[in-house]
Design a binder for this molecule. Structure first.
Ligand code: SF4
Ligand code: F3S
Ligand code: FES
Length: 254
């Protein structure tokens, strides 16, 4: 037979506290963890809270932790576990719980708002923008982001350090700054905005010590660390040690 009963532990509670609850629940061939959570809702715990929308790994809503690892519930196949495994499902740890598996990810929207958007070049009109395919390709990788915030949840800078949150934008938003900084038409500097400097000073780029945990959990396979964070760090360092910038700073200080 292709059906079996699995042993699940699901966290239930709210901001005031909660606990893991044990469930025995049917699993059928081809199912994902979200199917099992839905079966629990349908048969045993109608008020179990879970956020989801697409069930296709595209909306980024069903982020949670499975056996302590940040995962999309809809993209985690039951066939990746042994039938005898106890499967533990808990809410994202880095963000405050609303109820059961639902967390308040507002931190990420705040960070998104703090990043100045693309600055259009003054001398070009609509239809006059030209870019090399190479530059287009580079930002297209970052544009695959589904804003699941699994990378934000897993990064140790905030995962265990609530106090770092005000100063650290997290991998998803440092990647956004990198994307804008690499954009050949972004005219931020002409308006006195140096994205490299603000990444360091305002968005906590220096907190990232390139552990690459963000890259490991990204369901879109974006190479956040290698393609966004490390290049941004290099560009920020170049700026600091650029002899002309250095000389400029020395002269200004006099
Ligand atoms: Fe999710 Fe990847 Fe986007 Fe981070 S970069 S929010 S892990 S899709
Ligand atoms: Fe965090 Fe990713 Fe850097 S996990 S420390 S942002 S490489
Ligand atoms: Fe949309 Fe899982 S439900 S990504």
């Amino acid at each position: 037979t292709t059906s079996y009963d699995a042993h699940f532990k699901v966290w239930r509670g709210d901001l005031d506290g909660g606990d893991l609850e044990d469930f025995t629940v049917e699993v059928n061939e081809g199912e994902v963890v979200l199917d099992i959570i839905h079966r629990l809702q349908a048969t045993q715990v109608p008020d179990l809270a879970v956020r989801w929308n697409c069930k296709a790994g595209k909306c980024g809503s069903c982020s949670a932790e499975i056996n302590g690892r940040p995962r999309l519930l809809c993209m985690t196949r039951m066939s990746t576990f042994e039938r005898t495994d106890v499967i533990t499902v808990t809410p994202l740890r880095a963000f405050p719980v609303v109820r059961d598996l639902v967390t308040d990810v507002g931190f990420n929207y705040e960070k998104a708002r703090e990043i100045p958007s693309f600055v259009a070049p003054q001398e070009l009109g609509p239809g006059e923008y030209r870019m090399q395919q190479e530059d287009v390709g580079r930002s297209q990788e970052f544009r695959k982001c589904i804003e699941c915030f699994l990378c934000q949840d897993t990064c140790h800078v905030v995962r265990d350090h609530e106090e770092n949150k005000p100063a650290f934008a997290g991998p998803r938003f440092l990647m956004r700054i990198a994307e804008l900084d690499m954009h050949p038409l972004d005219a931020a500097e002409s308006e006195g905005l140096d994205r490299k400097t603000t990444a360091q000073d305002d968005h906590g780029l220096g907190y990232c010590n390139i552990t690459k945990c963000c890259t490991e959990v990204c369901p879109e396979g974006i190479k956040i660390t290698d393609n966004a964070l490390i290049p941004l760090k290099e560009r920020a360092a170049d700026r600091k040690y650029d002899p002309l910038v250095w000389l400029g700073n020395v002269i200004r200080r006099r």
